[in-house]
Ligand binder design. Structure first.
Ligand SMILES: NC(=O)C1=CN([C@@H]2O[C@H](COP(=O)(O)OP(=O)(O)OC[C@H]3O[C@@H](n4cnc5c(N)ncnc54)[C@H](O)[C@@H]3O)[C@@H](O)[C@H]2O)[C@@H](O)CC1
Ligand SMILES: [K+]
Length: 461
């Protein structure tokens, strides 16, 4: 099932739509609190629970949770530094029969943070900041309801003390912050608690694990996809990309390189000489250029030839520093996928006149302006294709190793050569990259990561 990722405005619209269909806010809060309480009881397993309640409907959810836990036999403390302000939260507060204190110690056991949800709109100050500091210092099991209370839901900005949570329960739908830095690593495990909302015209989703198919019975090396990797000044990076690509599904991987590559595996075909001639091979189904390309005139010339060829291509690394409107005009942007890290994304935005503050907004604006498929990689990878945004579960932090990006580019090129769909190829490449890292962890080299792409493929067959 596709899981939408909503902005605060979209979330409010979805809730309004539910109300227009006849479900009032109180019922939504009952569902949210009751369903979240089921998760909390599973994690608490009889331990005492402290619920922290804020002034809005997130606090309202907290009173419902406390009520359900109390009725289920749990010892529950509620700490609420201020009285609820919204009507529905006040109703939840009056329905709760247990004790509420404005401050107090957190009992060891479980703490449930309902100070602020997606309504957080300014810096968290006292008395709330003090409570969050106390929560951060406590050894208890920490659960954030909807979003951690110091995290702004759309941009993932951290506006106050941010404890490390064990579990975050997203209510109704995922919010952007669940998949964005810097907030994401503090959220622990993340689970979606459904409350019966319906979503229309969804433009952002969580990428679902891909289903990779085996080659067709009549497959041969060409119709399984021929990926040509166009090398340049430095020999190592394109070779690494080729090692990954050979294990990611393409039937044939070639390296167009004028280096001798004494370390290349025997099964990698290396072609030297005229790039124009090499690119004229009609059997090539996708190209990859950028790793080790260089940034001089010769590199620009090679990139121009790739773009002129009209073949689907992945542009990575140095190619992203060279790409400009003049070069892009040579190609059909719909067939191209760019894979910038933060610095390369900034460079592309500068080149194409995109001004936006966050990584998410920059990736979206760049895709809009250029028509490219943008895979903005990093700890919070974001894919934008034709107005659609995909977010991904977090990958291993061991991926922060030199050559990791070359491996990702190789996998992406291989998947693109296999079926030609840039969005699908990009999603598959991220999942395969993460899975290869999981299998190769810890402390792998990029070469070991490239080899782990093979067992990673098996995870998605
Ligand atoms: N509206 C609905 O139908 C539903 C809402 N739900 C819950 O409601 C939450 C959103 O509720 P709200 O819109 O009331 O927002 P919040 O509960 O997140 O908080 C908003 C309140 O906190 C205040 N506030 C914001 N930032 C502050 C800061 N830094 N310091 C002090 N006060 C601050 C605001 O002035 C407002 O009073 C969701 O996250 C979710 O938990 C769920 O109950 C499901 C149904
Ligand atoms: K919260």
């Amino acid at each position: 099932m596709t899981e939408p990722v909503l902005t605060v405005a979209e979330m409010r619209e979805a809730e309004k739509a539910a109300m227009d269909r006849g479900t009032n806010e109180w019922e939504l809060m009952q569902r949210a609190g009751t369903n979240a309480a089921q998760w909390i009881m599973r994690m608490a397993a009889g331990r005492p629970v402290t619920v922290l309640c804020g002034p809005g409907n997130n606090g309202g959810d907290g009173y419902v949770i406390a009520d359900v836990l109390g009725r289920s036999g749990y010892e529950v403390d509620v700490i609420a530094p201020v009285e609820p302000k919204s009507e529905t939260a006040r109703r939840a507060r009056s329905a709760f029969q247990g004790g509420v204190s404005s401050d107090g110690a957190l009992r060891t056991g479980v703490a449930v943070d309902c100070l602020f949800g997606y309504g957080l709109d300014r810096k968290v100050e006292e008395p709330f900041s003090k409570i969050l500091e106390k929560l951060a210092a406590s050894p208890c099991y920490k659960i954030a309801i909807d979003v951690p209370s110091a995290v702004q839901s759309d941009a993932a900005r951290v506006l106050g003390p941010l404890p490390r949570y064990d579990l975050t329960l997203a209510l109704g739908a995922w919010k952007q912050a669940h998949f964005l830095m810097p907030a994401m690593p503090a959220m622990g495990e993340k689970r979606l608690v459904t409350i019966g909302l319906e979503f229309e015209d969804v433009s952002s989703t969580v990428s679902a694990a891909p289903k990779i198919t085996s080659p067709k019975p009549d497959a041969h090396k060409y119709n399984r996809g021929l990926l040509a990797i166009v090398a340049g000044a430095m020999p190592g990076a394109p070779l690494l990309a080729a090692e990954a690509a050979m294990r990611a599904g393409a039937g044939y991987v070639k390296l167009f390189s004028d280096h001798s590559h004494p370390d290349a595996p025997a099964e990698l075909v290396i072609e030297q000489g005229s790039l124009a001639d090499a690119l004229s091979d009609g059997r090539i189904s996708a190209l990859l250029i950028g790793p080790g390309l260089g940034r001089d005139d010769a590199a620009r010339e090679r990139l121009a030839k790739v773009l002129e060829s009209g073949k689907p291509a992945v542009l990575d690394a140095d190619a992203l520093h060279l790409l400009d409107p003049e070069l892009l005009a040579m190609a059909d942007a719909k067939t191209l996928c760019v894979t910038p890290h933060e610095g390369e994304l900034a460079k592309l935005c500068e080149t194409f006149g995109v001004t936006a503050e966050s990584k998410l907004d920059r990736a979206r604006a760049l895709a809009d302006v250029t028509g490219l498929t943008v895979l903005a990689k990093g700890p919070d990878t974001i894919l934008v294709h034709d107005g659609m945004t995909s977010f991904f579960p977090r990958g291993s932090s061991w991926l922060s190793v030199a050559g990791s990006g070359d491996v990702l580019a190789g996998i992406l090129g291989s998947r693109l050569a296999t079926h030609g769909d840039p969005r699908r190829a990009a999603e598959e490449s991220v999942w395969l990259h993460h899975e290869a890292a999981r299998l190769a962890s810890p402390a792998f080299s990029a070469g070991e990561l490239a080899h782990a792409v093979k067992p990673a493929m098996a995870s998605f067959l």
